[in-house]
Design a protein around this ligand. Sequence first.
Ligand SMILES: O=C(O)C(=O)Cc1ccccc1
Length: 285
Amino acid sequence: MAMSIAHLGPTGTYAEQAALAYRNQLNDEEQITLCPYPSIAQTLKAVARGKADVAVVPVENSIEGSVTITLDTLWQLDQLQIQLALVLPITHALLSHAPNLEAVATVYSHPQALAQCQGWLEQFLPSVELIPTNSTTEALQHLEQESSSGAISSLRAAQIYNLPILAHAINDYPDNCTRFWVVGQPSTNQVCSVEHTHTSLAFSLPANIPGALVKPLQIFAERGINLSRIESRPTKRSLGEYLFFLDLEADANSPLVQGAIAELATYTEILKLLGSYNVVEAKSN
Ligand SMILES: O=C(O)C(=O)Cc1ccccc1
């Protein structure tokens, strides 16, 4: 069946690598097209508006933590469901036409990549100007005009765009990896026979009072449901008011989780089920 996968572009991003890993999983590669978008928010909106079937978006990095635009946009768009998580190992390179590190004055990249290499940048390029871009490959557009510019991107991007590699494996921790979510419109098929290992949900609270978060968390503790992540994001309505994103190590279709979610709904203002899914280790290429 023909299918389109939206991802952060231009071609050569880590998100595209994750999208390719997802496509390989589907065993139906000819009819699956990859569609690059200029931002993570636009990638997710393409699926919400029916312009693409699924989006592959970064959600969390082992060094830098959450990709907050992904969480915020999923909350705002409301109806998208996570279908799968992919964990991609990430090794960054510094690409540049400069003859050596001393000749680099400016480094461009996605804020996550700049942050994942901040120790290396501090040590080897302490005086450069760091400029954030929408993606690691958008950063490459600056290299042609300015030989004193560098960009943090992948070896794969260096190959695609035929760019010189000035330094490699510059991420501060060697086991750097990013978790991506594959998200789509909710399935109309109500019966799901596959059991999933993880469930993600998000909620706001009706009042900012002592212990408001204790009750929701107790529900999972009492049932022996392990939480693998908890993240807060501002509601953006007023300072100090938060949304909470939880990942559970359990399937939303299990009676145990169904009971927990029913009870959770009594303590929350808005509760959104973001999906149940499995986690796959992807290979970087
Ligand atoms: O810009 C990219 O290539 C992305 O896919 C976003 C990103 C950046 C750095 C680490 C993981 C994902």
